[in-house]
Design a protein around this ligand. Structure first.
Ligand code: NAD
Ligand code: ZN
Length: 405
């Protein structure tokens, strides 16, 4: 038996933010990030729509990118005081994910972060509040997913919280919010979405309900992402839908080791002054993981199907896999994303010597490999790597060398 869960309601299209006027409740808390939603006027609009709905509104702002356990606990304490019956989270994946974790702690104040991380082990939510998510980036699709990614900075590790309980009740996918994204954010979040769709399609948990969503998302992202990056706003709007479809697929089909590796490398070198941004990490690791997974016959066939839908040519599955890898690397080139950690600059752009020194990478490699294997996304990957294989794979991701094992 398998389960397929999505938000009860999804409003989409330009101007759909106004749907906030129709929420029914007494008090709403609005969770946002560092300032982009305020700067572009979306926060004020959201607050006034909720007030129009007759609600008292409190704003929790300043949620940082890659939110910490500490931020979650503080936000939950603020919710405890205000007692909202709606949690409205607006912005990129970071504030929405943080709000999801705050929601758990608000409903069950005794819950620890460790409790939250027990995969599909959450108690019933919605005893105090319902959740509405409004994305402003086109990538994570957290507005429709059963996931929240929180970083434990004492360990330098990102932990996925995974449970259908945290799938939002309402998602508002209004492309107006995505139009203010700077180019780099378009590139990273767009490749995150491409990774979601491809990993969902080859996941061992794929099914008839997720395949169509994944394939259509892949076709749309191939058609629209680079143009969106280059400033075409109609493509930007379409990407907002594409990433959401990819999210519907992976929330139910789960992901694979590209995400395991991105989660465990993202904050692992924070002491050297930067993060490997989630979408950029995925963009770099995806071609390597495809080469690794394609040794599994079922995965190879499925990558071949993806290549066919993308019209990439190839006389057999081996050629199709090679064409898919080359195409994805071409997308990275078109959007100024490096091909490996070794050339990943602190500003995320390609550079001769990246911010992660080789000796530091090698010293931490074993622990990162062990952590990546233990990540919640590894179980549904089509090929299960050993620790040695994961180390080799991560080395290929550092040096940008070919995966031939
Ligand atoms: N929950 C899930 O299913 C899921 C899936 C993938 C990734 N994630 C997580 O989501 C996080 C990344 O989220 P993200 O990529 O959406 O970025 P983000 O939320 O971290 O935001 C990145 C930056 O972009 C700014 N920003 C956001 N929207 C903007 C807009 N419209 N205009 C201008 N600036 C804007 C923010 O202020 C912030 O500075 C990571 O922590 C990642 O691990 C979660
Ligand atoms: Zn992702």
């Amino acid at each position: 038996m398998a389960r397929f869960t999505l938000p009860r309601d999804l409003y989409h299209g330009k101007g759909s933010l106004e749907t906030l006027k129709t929420l029914v409740g007494k008090r709403a808390v609005v969770c946002v990030g560092g300032g982009s939603m305020k700067k572009f006027g979306f926060l004020d609009r959201a607050v006034s729509y909720l007030q129009e709905a007759g609600m008292e509104v409190k704003v929790i702002d300043g949620i940082e990118p890659d939110p910490s356990v500490d931020t979650v606990m503080k936000g939950a304490a603020a919710m405890q005081e205000f007692q909202p019956d709606w949690i409205v989270a607006m912005g990129g994946g970071s504030p929405i994910d943080a709000a999801k974790a705050m929601w758990i702690k608000y409903e069950y104040p005794e819950t620890t972060f460790e409790d939250m991380c027990k995969v599909f082990g959450l108690p019933k939510l919605r005893t105090k509040a319902h959740f509405c998510a409004i994305p402003s980036t086109s990538g994570t699709a957290t507005e429709v997913t059963a996931f929240s990614i929180i970083t434990d900075y004492t360990k330098g590790i990102k932990y996925p919280i995974a449970d259908f309980e945290i799938t939002p009740d309402v998602a508002i996918v209004d492309p107006d919010l995505a139009e203010t994204m700077p180019k780099k954010l378009v590139a990273h979040t767009g490749m995150d979405a491409m990774t979601h769709a491809i990993e969902a399609y080859v996941s061992t948990a794929n099914c008839d309900y997720t395949d169509g969503l994944a394939i259509h998302a892949i076709e749309m992202i191939q058609r629209d992402l680079v143009d969106s990056y280059n400033g075409d706003m109609s493509k930007r709007d379409s990407m907002h839908n594409a990433q959401c479809l990819a999210g519907m697929a992976f929330s139910n089909a789960l992901l694979g080791i590209v995400h395991s590796m991105a989660h465990k490398t993202g904050a692992a070198f924070a002491d050297y002054g930067a993060h490997i941004i989630h979408g950029a990490a995925n963009a770099m690791y995806l071609p390597k993981v495809i080469a690794f997974n394609a040794k599994d016959p079922t995965a190879k066939k499925r990558y071949g199907v993806i290549a066919d839908y993308m019209h990439l040519g190839g006389a057999n599955d081996d050629e199709k896999v090679a064409n898919l890898i080359a195409y994805l690397r071409g997308m990275n080139d078109a959007m100024n994303i490096p091909h490996g950690i070794g050339t990943y600059g602190a500003d995320s752009y390609p550079t001769e010597h990246g911010f992660v020194p080789e000796d530091v990478f090698l010293a931490r490699l074993h622990d990162i490999a062990v952590n990546a294997i233990g990540d919640a996304c590894t179980g549904s990957n089509p090929r299960q790597p050993s620790v040695e294989e994961m180390e080799k794979l991560l080395k290929c991701c550092y040096y940008d060398t070919e995966v031939d094992f």
